[in-house]
Design a protein around this ligand. Sequence first.
Ligand code: NAI
Length: 480
Amino acid sequence: ILTTGDYKVADLSLAAFGRKEIQLAEHEMPGLMAMRREFGETKPLRGARITGSLHMTIQTAVLIETLVALGAEVRWASCNIFSTQDHAAAAVVVGPEGTVEQPSGVPVFAWKGETLEEYWWCTEQILLWPGGEGPNMILDDGGDATLLVHKGAQFEAAGAVPSPDTADSEEYAIILKVLQRSLTEDAKRWTTVAGQIKGVTEETTTGVHRLYEMQAAGSLLFPAINVNDSVTKSKFDNKYGCRHSLIDGINRATDVLIGGKVAVIAGYGDVGKGCAESLRGQGARVIVTEVDPICALQAAMDGYQVATLEDVVSTADIFVTSTGCKDVITADHMAQMKHNAIVGNIGHFDNEIDMAGLAKLPGVHKVNIKPQVDEWVFPDGHSIIVLSEGRLLNLGNATGHPSFVMSNSFTNQTIAQIELFTKTDQYPIGVYVLPKHLDEKVARLHLDALGVKLTQLTKDQADYLGIPVEGPYKADHYRY
Ligand code: NAI
């Protein structure tokens, strides 16, 4: 039974609804259920204390309960202020066996619509375990839990935290305040936590980017598995997941007819490819912006117009950023858009659209339409509609990717947690991807549910190709 107060969610009475949706999701997550069957007895995660920072949705609930079934203790927060599904959070806290009066699930610190202060408080809570023990594993999405541990350890070593007044953003000032307080409470807190962590498994492109940067700078404190670059993650979740959840977010937010409109997608990476396809599927005329000549050429070959934002900003109806870059849509761009143009971001962080710059434009004011939908009115009377305050709209305005695609991502996460926790010695500090045979295993676990019948290589054919009959079928440099 959870210690009273060792969780914080919106409303525990939503747990029964959450449980029903979790049960439906389990059926759509064959990879995770296969993990439970394969490892439920041997419990390879026994002794693992996993701090999880990843959108607290129904699909994540199935991941959390899989980690528990494999023996882990878990504490969880969301990795975005708007992405929590409150019924999922409640159901995880209550647990499959518990009641609202006597919850016996997993401590979750997450609710939809946190402030940034609350968000970083939640992130701190999942890294501080009762009894003073820290986590020994992190499961991260975007790298915020990893960042807090690294910044904390860095400032502890220096003996001081920089003044929040020196921070270059409101959010970084909040992080510095958390760490200032923490240093006065325990001067070795984050060094101790970092020392216990066997590794982190990272979910998304942007978080992986941070890890490789830390590795290059020599500041990475523990090994990491880059889950994003499993083929069965980035070529599925980022692409087919966004193909589903982008228009789900736009529809729930605005209910504007997409057919016939002109939509601009900034970035034609894995996420951008899925987004462009989904908008084209609705009958929009899609224009892509890119900085990379290869992706720009791909977009052109796929039949999209490729243009600069400046050339189309005053004529398009819908704008979506999917770059992982910053300042892609500026305040100046937004001032030039058509009346009621829709502006949203599906990349991990909220700096793709310059919301701070928009708020500072003289004479601009905001009218809230409903949660996560705002009309920004310019002095000349024209408006734009901004979704989720520029934060990832598929999770802010809708419920993120559906279960089946997340089963692929989260089976990779589960396998990566087992790898780092049970084979710690084989992973010196560095960033790794899972071997191809495990990537193929994740795909295999999802074929039956779709009625896919694989062709078997004969031994003769396998010898001809120079690969084993049972795979792996591709070299590591193959791009899919
Ligand atoms: P990616 O690296 O495959 O694609 C990003 C593309 O944006 C690249 O092709 C790059 O050349 C282009 N780009 C960069 N700066 C640009 C600029 N200023 N203008 C135009 N294009 C630019 O990355 P991926 O996997 O597509 O991820 C994109 C973002 O989405 C990341 O932040 C990632 O973490 C996030 N993500 C969000 C998901 C969601 O459910 N909302 C799911 C998966 C990833």
